[in-house]
Design a protein around this ligand. Structure first.
Ligand code: ADP
Length: 160
């Protein structure tokens, strides 16, 4: 059984993440989406809100499970759930250095776990959670970029 983990902050989940998840779900028998706090980023949604939104957006994918993996190394979490692969998405060259460093570090921490990258498709190359938050903050329309549950939730956040 091939088990993979897709870690990230998913603040919030976008159509770009969803594309990676759908493609990853075809490559692996089981795909865990592991939500964590990104210490260098201030999050808009709480961990619980991000979990609910990610679950709703992936509800139709039978071999995908959303879990919280805060306060631990991704490689340790992967070991605990018997995952042999860490899945990540690559957009433009700007992602490369950070993702490369992370993958190298994880392989030093645990050589048994491989990082596998899927390249973003054309349609989602430019999409990021930060950009979505920026658009929503100024009452822009994000419906083409995120699942419907996120569009509703982010609208409500900035209505407060
Ligand atoms: P992190 O805070 O760990 O970077 P993110 O939630 O921002 O977590 O992203 C998780 C993963 O998804 C990262 O590998 C990131 O490069 C990838 N990703 C983010 N947006 C997209 C997108 N539009 N297309 C493909 N991959 C993406």
């Amino acid at each position: 059984m091939r088990i993979a983990v897709y870690p990230g902050s998913f603040d919030p989940i976008t159509n770009g993440h969803l594309d990676i998840i759908k493609r990853g779900a075809k490559l692996f028998d089981k795909l865990y989406i592991a939500l964590s706090e990104n210490v260098s980023k201030q999050s808009l949604f709480t961990l619980e809100e991000r979990m609910d939104l990610t679950r709703e957006a992936t509800a139709d994918l039978k071999n995908v499970e959303v879990v919280v993996a805060s306060h631990q190394l991704t490689v340790d979490f992967a070991t605990a759930i018997q995952a042999s692969v860490i899945l990540r998405g690559l957009r433009a060259a700007t992602d490369f250095e950070y993702e490369f460093t992370m993958a190298m570090t994880n392989s030093k921490l645990n050589a048994e776990i491989e990082t596998v990258f899927l390249t973003a498709d054309n349609e989602h190359m430019y999409l990021s959670s930060s950009m979505i938050k920026e658009i929503a903050k100024f009452s822009g329309d994000v419906t083409n970029f995120v699942p419907p549950c996120v569009a509703t939730a982010i609208g409500a956040k900035f209505d407060d």
